[in-house]
Ligand binder design. Structure first.
Ligand SMILES: *[C@@H]1O[C@H](CO)[C@@H](O)[C@H](O)[C@H]1NC(C)=O
Ligand SMILES: *[C@@H]1O[C@H](CO)[C@@H](O)[C@H](O)[C@H]1NC(C)=O
Ligand SMILES: *[C@@H]1O[C@H](CO)[C@@H](O)[C@H](O)[C@H]1NC(C)=O
Ligand SMILES: *[C@@H]1O[C@H](CO)[C@@H](O)[C@H](O)[C@H]1NC(C)=O
Ligand SMILES: *[C@@H]1O[C@H](CO)[C@@H](O)[C@H](O)[C@H]1NC(C)=O
Ligand SMILES: *[C@@H]1O[C@H](CO)[C@@H](O)[C@H](O)[C@H]1NC(C)=O
Length: 431
């Protein structure tokens, strides 16, 4: 070989091999036609792009997602949302679809597959998915509301840089998935009138599955910022801003006697504002199973009604009185920790949250004063090692913060004097 050929040969070889890989990878640019539903053209070709593919919603395009998209089982696929996507504006159209027997359950459904990435845009003006939620909230319409994104039964998944604008209800769900990383996502589900037109059930992330990491998300909504469901294991939710909703929740677990299994959950480094709850655990009266190794730590809270709230005794108070059960069972709790909380309790006597549409409110706690930093509503003999330490609450009225806790239900030093009374830290709560 000539010296030049010797120099070029490896280059040509590497170009060749990379062009083979490039050749195997397929990209589909989703087409758009003004005034028409863009879903059918995508659905028609999806089977051809279920492996080694990029599906691209192009920047600069306003797509009409007027019917739901259900993806086939995907393998090594990246869906990039760089254009704006819109639901139908007409509510009746959406309701008819959601109510039909062929509705896949979510407006966007990913179910099954391996190595699936759902990526939005880093451009603040593009990559928004607009669901026109405000009109639903204004009318308090709750019939046939669409769930947003199912990212279910996926092994090795990424959800990043996605941006939801006024989702009607329920944003992302990862049920049954394994090894998912969800980061840099934004959910904007605040209403123009949070008192009269509350964004009901606009949950941020429903974290079902195992080995899930949620971080650096920004969530403004009207229900749980995160809700960890039954079967969840090894879940970390961290470095996130939450505003407006119902807090950092585990559950509800154990509805209708269901056996719960939730383990190894860590929620940390959160700034949460204007929310009904901060850290919350709820399991239904009559539940079963175990929730183990659950920690909330490094939580900065502002204007929260119930910063720390644990109940094994949840029931639909707006549907009637507490059920009378003689053989009470419930979801057991083991190793639950609340650590490094600092912030303000909204103890305003006129406190009102937009989901309060019954009397008493669904979140009413008998005997509570509104100044409770911590409420442990537990059953005897079912809780092992629950502790709240380094909790620094201030009420907005500057009245002394209080707690609710029944000492017959706990067996360890819970970090404060277990009583219905003032918040008095104890040894375990200080060190
Ligand atoms: C997808 O890519 C992988 C790895 O490059 C390859 O082994 C597989 O055969 C490809 N599948 C298809 C359907 O092209
Ligand atoms: C996973 O999918 C990405 C595209 O999102 C691709 O670049 C990567 O090669 C895939 N990984 C494997 C192991 O095939
Ligand atoms: C994309 O949608 C969002 C939300 O509706 C909107 O704020 C933004 O202006 C849209 N982008 C463009 C370029 O129109
Ligand atoms: C508790 O859960 C955390 C978070 O998933 C995990 O890192 C830790 O190893 C678990 N500890 C035990 C004892 O299971
Ligand atoms: C508890 O009582 C209810 C109603 O009497 C019954 O259906 C249920 O099986 C009982 N559960 C247990 C665990 O005994
Ligand atoms: C504390 O719990 C025990 C056992 O469940 C119950 O009998 C008692 O009435 C409770 N006390 C208060 C003050 O609620």
């Amino acid at each position: 070989m000539s010296p030049t050929a010797k120099l070029l040969f490896p280059l040509v070889l590497s170009l060749l091999s990379s062009s083979v890989i490039v050749g195997a990878w397929k990209t589909f640019e989703v087409p758009h036609v003004d005034g028409q539903d863009d879903t059918p053209a995508l659905l028609a070709v999806l089977p051809d792009y279920a492996e080694n593919s990029t599906i691209l919603f192009k920047k600069g395009v306003h797509y009409n997602i007027w019917t739901p998209i259900k993806f086939p089982v995907l393998k090594n696929v990246e869906v990039r949302v760089e254009g704006n996507l819109s639901y139908p504006q007409d509510m009746a159209t959406v309701q008819a679809i959601v109510g039909s027997s062929s509705f896949p359950g979510h407006w966007f459904t990913f179910t099954g597959g391996n190595n699936v990435t759902l990526a939005g845009s880093k451009d603040p003006k593009w990559g928004w998915v607009d669901s026109y939620g405000q009109q639903w909230w204004d009318k308090r319409e709750q019939v046939n509301r669409p769930h947003g994104w199912a990212f279910a039964k996926i092994t090795n998944g990424v959800i990043r840089d996605m941006k939801l604008w006024k989702p009607v209800a329920w944003s992302f769900s990862t049920s049954g998935s394994k090894n998912v990383h969800a980061y840099n996502n934004r959910i904007y589900a605040l209403s123009e009138n949070m008192d009269k037109a509350f964004p009901f059930n606009t949950d941020g992330f429903s974290a079902g599955g195992t080995d899930l990491l949620f971080e650096n998300n920004h969530i403004q909504n009207g229900d749980d910022c995160v809700t960890v469901g039954n079967g969840a294991k090894n879940v970390i939710f961290r470095n996130t801003f939450c505003e407006g909703g119902h807090g950092l929740s585990i559950g509800s677990l154990g509805k209708n006697g269901q056996v719960a299994d939730v383990q190894n959950i860590l929620i940390e480094n959160i700034h949460i504002t204007n929310s009904l709850y901060g850290a919350r655990f709820k399991s239904w009266t009559g539940g079963n199973g175990l929730a183990r190794n659950i920690t909330w730590r490094n939580i900065k809270f502002e204007r929260i009604r119930f910063p720390i709230y644990v109940t094994q005794n949840y029931w639909d108070q707006n549907l009637g009185p507490k059920p009378v059960v003689d053989n009470i069972t419930n979801t057991h709790i083991e190793d639950m920790t609340f650590e490094n909380f600092i912030g303000t309790i909204d103890d305003s006597p006129k406190y009102f949250e937009g989901t309060c549409i019954s009397d008493p409110c669904w979140y009413y706690v008998e005997g509570a004063t509104g100044r409770e930093a911590i409420i442990f509503d537990l059953y005897p003999d079912t809780v092992k090692n629950i502790v709240a330490k380094r909790i620094v609450p201030v009420t907005m009225s500057l009245a002394l913060p209080r707690v609710m806790c029944n000492s017959t239900t706990v067996t360890n030093d819970v970090g404060f004097k277990c009583q219905n009374g003032l918040f008095v830290p104890t040894r375990a709560g200080i060190f």
